[in-house]
Design a protein around this ligand. Structure first.
Ligand code: ADP
Length: 489
């Protein structure tokens, strides 16, 4: 039973059945044709001889048969050699016609004539004595097979029954030989077909064993395993390649996940350590109220840092789980950016940074709160990573199918080696400095996740020492790949 669950066995069974059907059909047809061919030849010879006997026994009054008489045979309705028609009982064939009923012993033609009273009238010397008179005798010649004999019989107008026959043992042996030959050839083709099918299916299904072994190893936790397949063109080769890509993505995703957890724990450890140290110090002995206040203020800062971090982690988790922005509305990106600029202006003034604005109305569909976070993140970075007295150019342009938001600063820029990584979570170019200043390296990751959730794109170009330009492109509202409810007004 277990064989029927195997793909290879099912293929083999189907393949075998199909071959058997085709070969049997083909062989049977060939055998039938060969048999009919042999019998037709014998029947034709019997019919010729029947014509001779019928022509010699009695004339009939029917019109001459359509069938042309064979060359050398006397016409059916005329007595041979001008003699009057003999009575069947007195029939003696002339030598030439008699020779047609001689031949290799056992294979010669014979004839039998039954008189109207069912008495056997005349029979040739080679005729089997026990040949039975046919039951129903038609006017035109009819044929029957009797054991190894083939016989043709017909009635004369005067109700004699004529029968011409021959032992067709040799023809039957020929037909049997042909059947054996067909059977042998069919069997050989079947075996060859089955062996070929087995070989092809074994080769084709071989990668499945490899795939299942690799999947089993991966299930035990070894994500470095890959399927080894040399056959890259077949469907299974393609499947193996796709699975390998999936395994690679899974491995990278697991690695990112663990890295993310490690980074998040690391980031949280610092403020927690601050709180613990402050409280331990404060509780160690009685202190003046000012010192308590100082400790509490330090704890508050640490808690605020933790809260910021936790909010960032929550935002990322929501964006990761493909949560659709809560409210999708038609937003004016220019207006949102303008409000964000006003919020960061005090920070810019503090660092003597000039803000250069070029804001036009640009409508897009999205979540205003999240888009404001994008603007705020990019503007804060442009101010924070700028040089004192530098400038930030902020523009919002409406394009035919997108709203374009650009932030260009004159700051320190980003080294080319760091550029591909700055959207990664917890990635910071200057880890020590930005960490100490409370920068967690999550701002750009959140920004990118929001932009992607809105079906947009974000790009960065930077020249170290010259400045950086961030460009956000948001679709004007036709669709959002991650939102089913994203519709056009
Ligand atoms: P952070 O909270 O550290 O600012 P971000 O994800 O916003 O985290 O930024 C990641 C890193 O990219 C920053 O640590 C900084 O090194 C770099 N970066 C971001 N924006 C700019 C900018 N405008 N100019 C130079 N470097 C920048």
């Amino acid at each position: 039973m277990k064989y029927f669950h195997s793909i290879r066995w099912r293929l083999q069974l189907w393949h075998g059945l199909l071959l058997v059907f085709v070969l049997t059909g083909f062989g049977f047809t060939a055998w039938q044709l060969q048999r009919a061919n042999h019998l037709n030849r014998v029947d034709h010879e019997l019919e010729q001889r029947m014509g001779i006997i019928a022509g010699m026994v009695r004339p009939d009054t029917s019109p001459p048969p359509d069938r042309p008489r064979p060359r050398g045979f006397p016409p059916a309705n005329r007595p041979p050699f001008g003699n009057p028609f003999p009575e069947p009982a007195n029939l003696r064939l002339p030598a030439r016609e008699a020779s047609l009923f001689e031949g290799i012993p056992g294979q010669e033609f014979y004839y039998i004539i039954w008189l109207p009273n069912d008495q056997q009238g005349v029979l040739s010397s080679s005729a089997p004595p026990d040949a039975p008179r046919p039951e129903r005798i038609p006017g035109p010649p009819a044929f029957r097979s009797r054991g190894t004999f083939r016989e043709c019989f017909q009635a004369t107008p005067s109700r004699e029954c004529l029968l011409v026959g021959r032992d067709i043992r040799s023809e039957l042996a020929d037909i049997r030989r042909f059947a054996w030959l067909l059977g042998g050839a069919g069997g050989a083709v079947l075996l060859l077909g089955l062996a070929g099918g087995w070989w092809v299916s074994t080769r084709a299904l071989h990668p499945i064993a490899d795939i299942s072994a690799t999947a089993a190893k991966i299930a035990t936790g070894d994500l470095t395993q890959r399927i080894h397949t040399t056959d890259t063109d077949s469907e299974l080769g393609q499947l193996a390649r796709d699975l390998n890509n999936t395994f690679a993505r899974l491995q990278a995703s697991f690695a990112r996940q663990s890295q993310f957890t490690a980074d998040a724990s690391h980031e949280l450890r610092t403020p927690v350590a601050v709180v613990l140290t402050q409280t331990q110090t404060a509780l160690a002995r009685e202190r003046p109220a000012a010192e308590y206040r100082e400790s509490l203020a330090a704890c508050q800062r640490a808690a605020q840092r933790m809260r910021g971090l936790i909010e960032c982690l929550l935002t990322l988790a929501r964006l990761d789980s493909a949560e659709v922005p809560a409210t999708l509305e038609s937003c004016d990106l220019g207006g949102i950016v303008g409000e964000a600029v006003e919020l960061v202006r005090p920070l810019a003034n503090e660092q003597n940074i000039h803000l250069d604005l070029e804001l036009s109305q640009a409508h897009c569909r999205g979540n205003a709160g999240q888009l404001a976070q994008v603007a705020s993140n990019l503007l804060t970075n442009a101010i924070h990573y700028n040089r004192p007295g530098g400038s930030v150019r902020i523009s919002v342009i409406c394009e035919p199918d997108a709203a374009l938001f650009c932030v260009s600063d004159t700051g320190m820029g980003i080294p080319p080696a760091d550029l591909p990584h700055i959207f990664e979570r917890f990635y910071r170019v200057d880890k020590a400095r930005s960490g100490a200043q409370g920068h967690s390296g999550l701002g750009l990751a959140i920004t990118q996740a929001i932009v992607h959730a809105h079906g947009g794109s974000i790009e960065v170009a930077s020249e170290p020492g010259q400045g950086s330009t961030f460009e956000v492109r948001l679709p004007t509202g036709s669709k959002n790949p991650r939102s089913a409810s994203w519709t056009n007004d």
